[in-house]
Design a protein around this ligand. Structure first.
Ligand code: SF4
Ligand code: ZN
Ligand code: ZN
Length: 306
């Protein structure tokens, strides 16, 4: 099989549509796709300071790589941030590699931790939350998003970029659908346009239209390698089995993920008007943005017996 675009024999990626791409056409295709996503959804504008949350996984590191590569063309400044949750066996080696990654690209790199902001490592509190029926990823995500938003403001960032890809969007869509959480289903998108609050830094997802398999291949071809130990709590996540199920479906029915994303857009479009007026309010305890009177972080912290 030859590359559909240039005829080269060096094919590295094949699509269900029979499109086959060689190494350079594939890299070019992914970068063009990310740049079009950024432009089509007005994710960034000239002068923006974009904070990339980089965990060390292939997706967030790919976002950092592409945004830094095109920062001049886009007229943006890119800075990187890693949040250390305090989970055993993670992040030590990752931080070293990411530091070098940022130095090579002349990027400002910041590292903050749960301990610094909340006074504990995640490992110390996870059992207590689980005993109350809460899933580790739910709690971890709430704490991490809180820190990222605060650090973004402190660093003067105007956008926060994350590594969420098409697979993530489809999994979250199915979870929201199964739980009947329509407001969240509508709010999840390429950019968080509904959540206006003076303290909320808008979040963008440059890999929104990239499959996980595409970013994995892109990372390999660009030698983006960060040691990424599996999180011991990932298996408790509700998304764990949805991910497995969707991946299986994609094998038997190629194109399933794209069709699910299209279904998500259709439902979002249909329900949009219902949630157009949605605004965040301010937490009465910590002053951070929240959807109720008290933010999730203050709520979670109040559950701890300390
Ligand atoms: Fe946190 Fe879950 Fe990610 Fe582990 S897998 S770092 S618990 S969000
Ligand atoms: Zn080619
Ligand atoms: Zn609060």
């Amino acid at each position: 099989m030859r590359c559909t675009l240039c005829g080269s024999k060096d094919v590295v990626f094949r699509y269900p549509s029979k499109l086959a791409l060689c190494r350079s056409c594939f890299v070019n295709y992914i970068e063009r796709k990310v740049l079009s996503t950024l432009r089509n959804y007005s994710m960034v504008k000239r002068g923006d300071v974009v904070l990339v949350c980089v965990s060390g996984g292939k997706d967030s590191t790919t976002v950092l790589h592409i945004l830094s590569k095109y920062s001049r063309e886009l007229g943006i400044k890119v800075i990187a941030l890693t949040v250390i949750e305090g989970i055993r066996g993670r992040k030590g080696e990752v931080i070293k590699v990411l530091k070098r990654f940022c130095e090579q690209r002349d990027l400002e790199y910041h590292v903050v931790s749960f301990r610094e902001y909340f006074g504990f490592d995640f490992d110390e509190v996870v059992a207590e939350y689980m005993s109350r029926g809460l899933k580790p990823c739910t709690v971890c995500g709430v704490f991490r998003r809180y820190i990222v938003n605060r650090v973004a403001r402190e660093l003067g960032a105007t956008k926060v970029a994350t590594g969420h890809n098409l697979d993530d969007e489809v999994q979250v869509f199915l979870m929201n659908l199964i739980r009947g959480n329509l407001p969240n289903l509508v709010r999840e998108g390429q950019i968080t346009e509904y959540l206006y609050h003076e303290k909320f830094v808008p979040r963008i997802k440059p890999l929104y239209y990239c499959l996980e398999a595409e970013t994995a291949m892109y990372a390999v071809l660009n030698e983006i390698y960060v040691p990424w130990p599996e999180c011991p709590y990932a298996k408790y996540s509700g998304r764990y089995w949805i991910r497995k199920m969707v991946n299986k479906l994609e094998i038997t029915r190629p194109g399933t993920k794209w069709r699910l994303l299209a279904a998500k857009h259709f439902i979002t479009y249909a329900l949009r008007e219902l949630y157009r007026e949605y605004r965040l309010s301010t937490c009465k305890y910590c002053g951070e943005p929240t959807s109720g009177d008290v933010c999730k972080v203050c709520e979670l912290r109040s559950l701890l017996r300390r």
